[in-house]
Ligand binder design. Structure first.
Ligand code: HEM
Length: 504
């Protein structure tokens, strides 16, 4: 009877309700039912967070992400509602978590191997169901990941140490080419060039124009950051996203040209086994029909941008921290001299560089480049007593976690934070588990090799009165310094008295 009453197509409304009732009654009843449902919806959610409020809550929370940037919005919400809270992004329930036990649970379990992000945004930059980083098709991602794991571990990882040493030395030899009038150097750009060069040497091996590709990578990253959480309506207005589409296309085309050169080279070389790097493996997988050409291009693109996007910024922050903490620099130099002496750093030195390792860890904790990890729940679950429905988006706020739990001086830069062994659940700059950073081991040796090689030759200084605090950082998808500010410049001074360090 109720259904019939509401079926306005078949019944004349005045024939089923008493004539005294105004015709507005049915819409009012419908509205009341709707409000009742909303009321119930809010009551059943046990996870802290802003109210649904007839859909206004989701609008405000998504608006806040677009307006403040993902990182700032996450910190705002965790501060406001606690370390396990719920908002909405594109109308979808999204948890923001900065509690170590819950973060550990998500990273460890296989039902969280997907990420989330706007499908149209990811399509625009070529990451939708392609490549690895934001490939949200579990079956495809599982096929791709072993190519990355193989290239970033074993013999490749060992070779990378010598490649980093050579590339750093080579770039330092040409330092005057990138030195401006006052002797200042754009260190971030310099680090991007070194990391691009090392990635190219190990994974692709085709000569390229470093400056041009570095610029394209920066623009690609900006597009990725801008489009990842945009609502679908944004993509209805082409002039809004055209600029980002072009940035993505520019880098994709440049990488396609390099891959084509690689194909040509592979078809002419005599000893194929000497050319079996990451790109070759992918090209052969395409020939076997295992991967599409589009996927091969995207995988190479992502391998080429991974280090210039993360490692270079981390190295930049580390150099600024070194300039600000001369005692830490002294301690590192003493260790470098004791472990390595006058030769180049090698693979078996890596585990003996304890002070350098603590410094790298503390830098990533105190001034991270990646402070958020995005995942999606593929099954219903309970995390720390909170029910989590299948399809829920999850943002792991690791940057905040690193300043909330375990460390004795959480808000200071101090190597004391790593004096004691840190249980892995409290420190996860690379994430972990099946979807953790596939480059985490190579990243550590790359940072050690580049840093040690640079510090053995140069000591660094920031412009007077400028330091980490003055550097404006955009805290969106990751913590990148604002490229347009002048404070990214530093001075490199030759280190003549390296032996003196040891005598002191
Ligand atoms: C300081 C340097 C780096 C930091 C802080 C970093 C951090 C991260 C983090 C937090 C993730 C997400 C992990 C998760 O979801 O649990 C990630 C993913 C990833 N990283 Fe790194 N990373 C670094 C360097 C590198 C390097 C050098 C490479 C390769 C050359 C690399 C390749 C990747 C790839 C391919 C993924 C996606 C893995 C997947 O989705 O399966 N990273 N990284």
């Amino acid at each position: 009877m109720i259904l019939e009453t509401l079926n306005l197509m078949h019944y004349n409304i005045t024939s089923v309700v008493p004539e005294v009732m105004p015709t507005a009654t049915v819409p009012i009843l419908l509205l009341m039912c709707f409000l009742f449902l909303i009321w119930n919806y809010e009551e059943t959610s046990s996870i802290p967070g802003p109210g649904f409020c007839m859909g206004i809550g989701p609008l405000i929370s998504h608006g806040r992400f677009l307006w403040m940037g993902v990182g700032n919005a996450c910190n705002y919400y965790n501060k406001m509602y606690g370390e396990f809270m719920r908002v909405w992004i594109s109308g979808e329930e999204t948890l923001i978590i900065s509690k170590s036990s819950s973060i550990f649970h998500v990273m460890k379990h296989g039902q969280y191997i997907c990420r989330f992000g706007s499908k149209l945004g990811l399509q625009c930059i070529g990451m939708h169901e392609n490549g690895i980083i934001f490939n949200n098709n579990p079956a495809l991602w599982k096929e791709i990941r072993p190519f990355f794991t193989k290239a970033l571990s074993g013999p490749g990882l060992v070779r990378m140490i010598a490649i980093c040493v050579e590339s750093t030395k080579d770039h330092l030899d040409r330092l005057k080419d990138v030195t401006a009038g006052l002797g200042n150097i754009n260190v971030l750009n310099f680090m991007r060039q070194i990391t691009l060069d090392t990635s190219n040497t190990l994974f692709l091996g085709i000569p390229l124009d470093e400056n041009a590709i570095v610029l394209k990578i920066q623009n690609y990253f900006d597009a990725w950051q801008a489009l990842l959480l945009k609502p679908d309506i944004f993509f209805k207005i082409s002039w809004l996203y055209k600029k980002y589409e072009k940035s993505a296309k520019d880098l994709k085309e440049a990488i396609e040209v390099l891959i084509e050169q690689k194909r040509q080279r592979l078809s002419t070389v005599e000893k194929l086994e000497e050319h079996m790097d990451f790109a070759s493996q992918l090209i052969f997988a395409q020939s076997r029909g295992d991967l599409t050409g589009e996927n091969v291009n995207q995988c190479v693109l992502e391998m080429m941008i991974a280090a210039p996007d993360t490692l270079s910024v981390t190295l930049f922050f580390m150099l600024v921290l070194i300039a600000e903490h001369p005692k830490v620099e002294d301690d590192m130099m003493k260790e470098i001299q004791a472990v390595i002496g006058d030769r180049d750093v090698q693979s078996n030195d890596m585990s003996n560089l304890k002070v350098v390792e603590n410094f790298i860890n503390e830098s990533m904790r105190y001034q991270p480049v990646v402070d958020l990890v995005m995942r999606k729940a593929l099954q219903d679950d309970v995390i720390d007593g909170y029910p989590v429905k299948r399809g829920t988006n999850i943002i792991l706020n690791i940057g905040r976690m690193h300043k909330l739990e375990f460390f004795p001086k959480p808000n200071e830069f101090s190597l004391e934070n790593f004096e004691k062994n840190v249980p892995s659940r409290y420190f996860q700059p690379f994430g972990f588990g099946p979807r953790g950073c596939v480059g985490k081991f190579i990243a550590m040796v790359m940072m050690k090799a580049i840093l040690v090689t640079l510090l053995r030759r140069y000591t660094v200084q920031t412009p007077k009165g400028r330091g980490l605090k003055n550097i404006q950082k955009s805290n969106d998808l990751s913590m990148h310094p604002n490229e347009r500010q002048p404070f990214l410049e530093m001075f490199f001074m030759p280190r003549r008295n390296i032996d003196k360090c040891q005598d002191d």
